[in-house]
Design a protein around this ligand. Sequence first.
Ligand code: NAD
Length: 319
Amino acid sequence: MNIVVLDGYTLNPGDLSWTGMEGYGSVTVYDRTEPKDVVSRIGGADAVFTNKTVLDRAVLQACPNLRFIGVLATGYNVVDVAAAKERGIPVSNIPTYGTSAVAQFVFALLLEICHHVGEHAAAVKAGDWERCPDFCFWNHPLMELKDKTMGIIGYGRIGQETGKIARAFGMKVLAYDEYPNKALEGDGVRLVSLDELYAGSDVISLHCPLFDSTKGMINSSSIAKMKDGVILINTSRGPLVVEKDLAAALESGKVAWAAVDVVSTEPIRADNPLLSQDHCMVTPHIAWAPKESRARLMAIAVENLANFAAGKPTNVVNP
Ligand code: NAD
């Protein structure tokens, strides 16, 4: 079997190995692929892996040998799965690999907002402590999480893991899910309506998927329902937030701080309104990327390939 990986760099920048795939055929790995090169690079391959490279109907038509598409991510919107199905090509994704990593990252962002560790450490290195007349100083108000309320929108795998960590910090949890599971209530966790969550949360963390119905859900009218001085964390998908509305709320102080790992267009554009906000931290979509989490992703991708080769494809999103 000829296997092509179109954009392998973000999964494996050199600290993992592709050898697991080599047991199933000859593997060619490209770090990244421009749209104009997709068809020629797939060529006569039997199997292709993509992370964010688009495989649309025209590409599939131009690659008649293709028998398997592996997506190196959970989201598979880059593949025209209906066109693949018409051609009898199973598309396999990686349903879960980074739950703990993303939940941990929520707190990396939140703790940075509470303590500004990076900024204070840099200030010390710049001599600010030496020059300080007191034994200590801080450049921002510092905040304790205990007894604060965390609102979690989308109480699935990552949302629940985030809730567990919030509880460990002594926070109360208000959760909203389109399909609420009452069994998840108790021990400081309450499932509530979205409006109750907005009204009662000191910190709001987004964990629902991006659908037409959730696109732009954080906008000027939902922000108006939130507490003054709320903190907003987005590690889910950028388009959940109307960025210009969030920027205006940061400007006015209605939202005290925001931290986002995902933005409307990635990589971020220079004119993104969040970039100019002092009280907004933007990280480059790294919540998923600890090595342990990428290694798990790689192992599942290899397993998907092995199961396809054995005639029993797994994690198929276009059955
Ligand atoms: P999941 O499917 O386990 O949970 C999603 C939850 O959202 C489900 O409980 C679902 O019922 C709920 N939901 C669906 N529609 C909703 C709506 N309209 N309002 C509120 N809740 C709704 O998914 P997960 O593994 O927890 O992942 C959550 C999201 O995290 C993914 O969709 C993805 O966008 C994002 N993610 C980001 C990174 C990153 O690196 N930043 C990595 C992995 C996943």
